[in-house]
Ligand binder design. Structure first.
Ligand code: DQA
Length: 149
């Protein structure tokens, strides 16, 4: 049985995690989040490939490129969550099961963060658990994919 492959996408400014607004996002680095995901993925019998970009088009390219290569997508689109119809449309176009995650609870923050363009094309959303949002999201996605196949 071939193991599942999951594309992990990190949007703009998440490369600065660790030093970026630690009161909101914590002190964990993106590198450390990717390491946590890698070790969890091993336990869940999944492969993961992680990619961060500050550019909307590069995230759209990565989503399109997932077709035929990945079974699921775990995405924190960061600020593009609240602005990007292009990322939403790319996810809708490829129709690969997607889980949306956020470190902070976007509903406890400014009004402009309360709307997600991605939520309606995702299986579900995990928001507010810091770095743990990613590991919870990976577990949810892997379980969804494993029970689906
Ligand atoms: C974020 C929340 C977004 O509103 C913000 O623009 C980010 C990070 C989060 O993980 O909490 O950059 O997606």
């Amino acid at each position: 049985m071939s193991s599942l492959s999951i594309l992990v996408l990190h949007g703009p400014n998440l490369n600065l995690l660790g030093q970026r607004e630690p009161g909101i996002y914590g002190t964990v680095t993106l590198e450390s989040i990717n390491q946590q995901l890698l070790s969890l993925a091993e336990k869940l019998d999944c492969k993961i490939v992680a990619h961060q970009s500050n550019h909307e088009g590069s995230l759209v390219d990565a989503i399109q490129g997932a077709l035929g290569h990945h079974d699921g997508i775990l995405i924190n689109a960061a600020a593009y969550t609240h602005t990007s119809i292009a990322i939403r449309d790319a996810l809708a176009a490829i129709a690969i099961p997607t889980v949306e995650v956020h470190l902070s609870n976007i509903y406890r923050r400014e009004d402009f963060r309360h709307h997600s363009y991605l939520a309606s094309v995702a299986i579900g959303q995990i928001s507010g658990f810091g770095a743990q949002s990613y590991t919870l999201g990976l577990r949810a996605l892997a379980q969804h994919l494993q029970t689906q196949t």
